[in-house]
Design a protein around this ligand. Sequence first.
Ligand SMILES: CC(C)(COP(=O)(O)OP(=O)(O)OC[C@H]1O[C@@H](n2cnc3c(N)ncnc32)[C@H](O)[C@@H]1OP(=O)(O)O)[C@@H](O)C(=O)NCCC(=O)NCCS
Length: 179
Amino acid sequence: MQDLTIRVMRPDEFDEMRRVSVEAFGEPAIGTLLDALRSSWAWDADLCFVATIDDEIVGQVLYTQSILDAPKALEHVLVLSPVGIRPDLQGQGIGTTLITESLMAVAERPEPAIFLEGNPRYYQRFGFVAAGDLGFRKPSLRIPDAAFQVRRQPSWSNELAGTLVYQDAFWLTDSVGLR
Ligand SMILES: CC(C)(COP(=O)(O)OP(=O)(O)OC[C@H]1O[C@@H](n2cnc3c(N)ncnc32)[C@H](O)[C@@H]1OP(=O)(O)O)[C@@H](O)C(=O)NCCC(=O)NCCS
C-alpha cells in the first residue's frame, strides 16, 4: 500500500493510537486495557508499533512483557495484544505488514517466545503455532486450545516450558479468554 509506514509509536501519539484500537475492535474496553498496560511494568515504549499513512495512525500492535512460570526459574516472555487496524482499512494487508515488520523489529530481543490468543488461521502465517503442542500451559481455561499460540524467537531454547502468566492489566480489565 502506498505510503504505509511501520514504526515505533511516539509517546505523544498514545491517545491517537488508543482511538484507532478502540475503533478497530468497536470496544471501549480495549482502551482501558491499553491504559492499564501503559501504566504497568509490562510496558516498553519500544514495543508499541503503529502503521501510518501520511503520518496518520491507521493501525497498532502492542507487545508487552509477561512471565512464563517455568520449572527452574521464571522466564520473561512477550505477549502480542492488542492488534487493530482502522475498520475502513481492514482486509487490505496493513495488519499483515504491521505484524511482519514489528516481529522483525523484536526478533533480537532476549525474550525467547511471543505468546498470543487469536485465530490460528490468521496468525500461522507469521510463524505462530499451537502453544499447547509445545507443552505450554495457557493462563486461563477460557482460552480455546487452538487460540493459545506461540512464536519461537531466535533466542528460543527447546527446554523452554511452563505456564504463561498474564500481566495484571489483562486480568483487571477482564481481557482474558472467551466469556
Ligand atoms: C485482525 C486484523 C488486525 C487484521 O488486519 P487486516 O489489515 O484487516 O488484515 P490483512 O489485510 O493483513 O489480512 C487479511 C486476512 O486476515 C483475515 N482476518 C481479518 N480479520 C480477522 C480476524 N478477526 N480473525 C481471523 N482472521 C482475520 C482475513 O480473512 C484475511 O485472510 P486471508 O489473507 O487468508 O484472506 C484487523 O482485521 C482488525 O483490526 N480486526 C479487528 C480487531 C481484531 O479482531 N484484532 C485481532 C484480535 S486477535
